[in-house]
Design a protein around this ligand. Structure first.
Ligand code: 0WD
Ligand code: CA
Length: 388
């Protein structure tokens, strides 16, 4: 059998290599038990002000302030669009803000012992964060949803520095085209989500929502959490919309706010569960965020009712339908992706960037290696401070 012979010869000629070239994303390959995922623990938070300046505190945390009757509301999300203060999407922040938090919270990475003296603080600054991965929560959401994604491609840059893998998303050509070619109607709709937030949050928890204020997407409040997925320890940060009244243990009371088109038909409900709930679930599951409040709106951008979802119960809504999605597949795939990154990314050098790319037609992740500084994303101010 010549086919088998040539295959054997090919295998024999190849150098011994333990590093695979691609990772497939077919859901069938990741079916199985839900993997070990340690309860995420909040290790910090930070705020971004109107100038996008970093503050190592919770000054931007807002409070959930629901209307009296959540089933009968009338929130006009188009109001104030002409005043909207929008961030410039051409400015790529990469991991910069999160790296500022890391520098301001170095002591939180000494897992075994809190430094007690100035000398200890000094000696523990060996640059090693005792953490496998540092990234944005949103990047991990994309990974989790990949086995079921059939529209949007993605690209993740990875650098290994002092034993930690940093993952930073890179905008693909396709998503850039989509962003640049948005219709004015679509642009206005991206405002609706932020306007909805304004109708249901209060700055202090007592004063009712001030819906006349100018909306911006520059200020923000982010949580930083630590968790472990099998052998992969993770520190990531995600934006948190608001918090339920009691502020003694805020992270248990965090609320994610969403908007979605009103649902009338079975078909719309199935699509909502299949394409939207997977993203809502993955995003809030990662930081252990318990509650999602959705505002259902009509085509004119008027929210007519609110619905509350418990993140942990969302998988129950899709579990009896084989054409939906399976949370085990999502998390198993993420675990395998992180293992793949560890196998591929060998060079501990912040100037060296490994680009991992996925698109819905190939259904597999491929990678390329870049050492020409074109893709470098860990800034000098971070590297220098880490080496001190
Ligand atoms: O560098 C990048 N490629 C990205 C940076 C992509 C996505 C977000 N970011 C920034 C965000 O602005 C934020 O400061 O990272 C920080 C944390 O993001 P995350 O929580 O990890 O991101 P994700 O879970 O994707 O989004 C959370 C929220 C969004 O809420 P909805 O309900 O739409 O999921 O962050 C906001 C948005 O409110 N957000 C953005 N706001 C303005 N411009 C953007 C954006 N491009 N992306 C997400
Ligand atoms: Ca939101």
């Amino acid at each position: 059998d010549t086919d088998a012979t040539s295959k054997r010869q090919k295998v024999n000629r190849e150098p011994v290599s333990y590093s695979p070239k691609t990772l497939q994303s077919n859901p069938a390959l990741y079916d199985g038990n839900f993997p070990y995922f340690r309860q995420p623990r909040e290790i910090g938070c930070f705020s971004l002000d109107i100038d996008r300046e970093f503050h190592n505190d919770a000054r931007q945390l807002r409070y959930y302030f629901p209307p009296d009757d959540t089933k009968r509301v009338k929130f006009d999300l188009t109001k104030g669009y002409e005043k909207y203060i929008k961030r410039d999407d051409d400015v790529k922040e990469r991991l910069d803000i999160l790296l500022k938090w890391v520098l301001a919270n170095r002591e939180k990475f000494n897992l075994h012992k809190k430094p007690e003296t100035k000398e200890e603080i000094h000696t523990q600054k060996d640059g090693n964060l005792h953490t496998d991965f540092i990234t944005w929560r949103g990047h991990l959401t994309k990974i989790l949803c990949t086995p079921y994604e059939n529209r949007e491609d993605w690209k993740m840059a990875v650098s290994l520095f002092n034993g930690t893998y940093y993952i930073s998303e890179v905008e693909t050509e396709e998503s850039r085209d989509r962003r640049k070619n948005m219709t004015s109607a679509h642009k206005e709709m991206t405002y609706w989500g932020y306007k909805f937030e304004q109708y249901v949050v209060s700055a202090d928890g007592h004063t009712p929502p001030s819906t006349e204020d100018t909306v911006n997407n520059i200020e923000g409040y982010c949580t930083v959490v630590r968790t472990r997925l099998n052998e992969n320890s993770l520190v990531f940060s995600g934006e948190v919309d608001c918090c339920r009244g009691d502020n003694t243990k805020p992270s248990k009371n965090y609320v994610e706010l969403k908007t979605s088109r009103e649902i009338y038909t079975d078909r719309q409900y199935r699509n909502f569960k299949r394409f939207k709930l997977i993203k809502w679930w993955a995003q809030s599951f990662l930081p252990g965020l318990p509650t999602i409040v959705a505002g259902f709106r009509d085509d004119d951008g008027v929210v007519t009712k609110l619905e509350t979802y418990e993140t942990m119960k969302i998988p129950d809504l899709v579990k009896d339908d084989p054409y939906m999605w399976n949370p085990s597949v999502c998390v198993n795939f993420c675990d395998k992706f992180l293992c793949f990154v560890k196998q591929v990314v060998q060079k501990d050098d912040p100037r060296c960037v490994y680009l991992f790319e996925w698109n819905p037609s190939s259904k597999r992740i491929i990678y390329t290696v870049h050492e020409d500084d074109q893709q470098t994303f860990l800034p000098d101010w971070f590297l220098e401070e880490m080496q001190k």
